[in-house]
Design a protein around this ligand. Structure first.
Ligand code: PHE
Length: 454
């Protein structure tokens, strides 16, 4: 399997300098955004998960990261590979049985799929519609990046955008780590600082992002975001009679209200104040759609510190990040996030390049099958880890994993009961198939999650 993500200089960089993957990515690398809108909190015990966390937080860990890379990052030997930024990356480089790595096989297979680069795919159609808005409104001033490599350094993903050291998003429970210094980007903001350092002032970055999460019709561990950044110079705001921050905030709101009207027509909208580590002030835009307020994007005035570190002390800027699936589900009437990955022609043939208005017509809905599973948990249990195990076995046949019962007995032991909904979007599942899946799930849950089945 050879997949092209980014034509670039990563291969040269690594080959010439024998760099570790993360060092090479850091050198060139240039929503569901809700997790970032939570202020920094220390991990509670049950967020820690079964993975070894210690390395994620220390840059001076016992294993030096260079040694670590030198030992581990060997060239692929005949195994499946993906091509990222012109370099072939072996599965063994991304998925390893090592406490600093929590990337499962299923995620490796998604690297390089780049649904957002397919013009006839709902995500590609939406991306292009947003491009059209920016091209028209700003006479082609915004540069577009849609093939930046999703493997980024911890520095790019978190440090460069000022995510605090104790922020929950950094945990092994929430983010996919390849090693202690390298992650699968969990947001497109991972590219902000590098692009600014390279001198870009108006840009859109679209890409696949990766998050460990629960399972339901709107959550999938891989989804797509678009980031927008616009930098202003003193001459922009000086003539306006307002200060730099108010100027940027006003421009941001005007821009995004225009975008929402471009996509949705005349809709009711509202701005909600929120928190992101990388912007201040920070806002969410909500639109009133089908009788509900829907959060469509997060944004704000870029923290001055990010600009300063990128050599732009005198400037101000805004940034936004929007989740493409969330918008596409609404715009195309797509009921389940797994459908974006479907290769079934009954799905793919319904969309056409440049056509934003098309409404998806569900082909017959196959019946779900529910299986319950109860177990005594240990302190390290997390729902994200459970979901990873279930997806590892059942793949896209799992529709939802839901906690339906939870109690602690007199001895202080806690029991959870989860209901797993199995449903294919493409065919009927047989009883035998589901029983087999459930049996495997139970076995794997018992082995991997250190719980005691009841
Ligand atoms: N990166 C944020 C997220 O994924 C979204 C965001 C981008 C918010 C830029 C503000 C500015 O949650």
């Amino acid at each position: 399997m050879l997949i092209q993500i980014q034509a670039g200089c990563l291969r040269k960089l690594r080959a010439a300098h024998h760099l570790s993957l993360s060092a090479a990515m850091a050198a060139i690398s240039l929503t569901q955004y809700s997790i970032f809108s939570k202020p920094s909190i220390l991990f509670s015990r049950n967020r820690v998960g079964t993975f070894n966390l210690s390395l994620a937080f220390s840059t001076s860990s016992a294993v030096s990261s260079d040694d670590f890379h030198r030992r581990k990052w060997r060239l692929p030997v005949g195994a499946s590979t993906v091509e990222l930024g012109g370099v072939k990356i072996a599965k063994e480089d991304v998925v390893r049985d090592d406490p600093t790595n929590n990337v499962p096989d299923a995620i490796f297979t998604k690297l390089g799929m780049q649904l957002h680069r397919r013009d006839q795919h709902p995500l590609g159609i939406l991306k292009n519609a947003i491009y059209d808005y920016f091209d028209r409104t700003y006479s082609n001033k915004f540069e577009k990046f849609d093939d930046l490599c999703p493997i980024v350094s911890v520095k790019a993903n978190f440090d460069d955008v000022l995510v605090p050291a104790d922020h929950v998003s950094r945990s092994y429970n929430d983010t996919y780590y390849i090693d202690s210094q390298t992650v699968l980007r969990c947001h497109t903001s991972a590219h902000q600082a590098e692009l600014l350092r390279r001198g870009h002032t108006h840009f859109l970055v679209t890409g696949d992002v990766y998050r460990r999460d629960s399972i339901d019709s709107t959550h999938y561990p891989v989804f797509h975001q678009m980031e927008g950044v616009r930098v202003f110079s003193p001459s922009d705001w000086e003539t306006s009679g307002t200060d730099a921050t108010s100027y940027a905030a006003q421009d941001l709101k005007t821009c995004l209200e225009g975008l929402a009207r471009h996509l949705f027509g005349a809709v009711e909208m509202r701005w909600v104040d929120t928190y992101f580590p990388f912007t201040s002030p920070s806002f969410e835009l909500e639109i009133f759609f089908q009788e509900k307020w829907l959060e469509v994007l997060g944004c704000g005035v870029m923290e001055q510190e990010i600009l300063k570190r990128s050599g732009r002390t005198d400037n101000s800027a805004w940034a936004f990040g929007l989740g493409l699936e969330r918008l596409a589900m609404v715009l195309f009437d797509i009921p389940d996030i797994r459908l974006f990955w479907s290769t079934d022609e009954r799905f793919t043939s319904q969309f056409a390049k440049g056509q934003l208005g098309i409404k998806f017509k569900p082909f017959s809905k196959y019946p779900p099958c529910y299986k319950d599973m109860s177990f005594w948990i240990s302190g390290s249990f997390t729902e994200n880890n459970l979901c990873e195990v279930v997806r590892g076995i059942a793949g896209d046949l799992v529709e939802e994993v839901r906690l339906i019962d939870n109690f602690t007995n007199k001895k202080g032991m806690t029991s959870h009961c989860y209901r797993i909904a199995y449903r294919s979007m493409e065919r009927s599942l047989t009883d035998e198939e589901i029983n087999d899946l459930q049996w495997k799930v139970r076995e794997e849950v018992q082995n991997k999650l250190k719980v005691v089945l009841r």
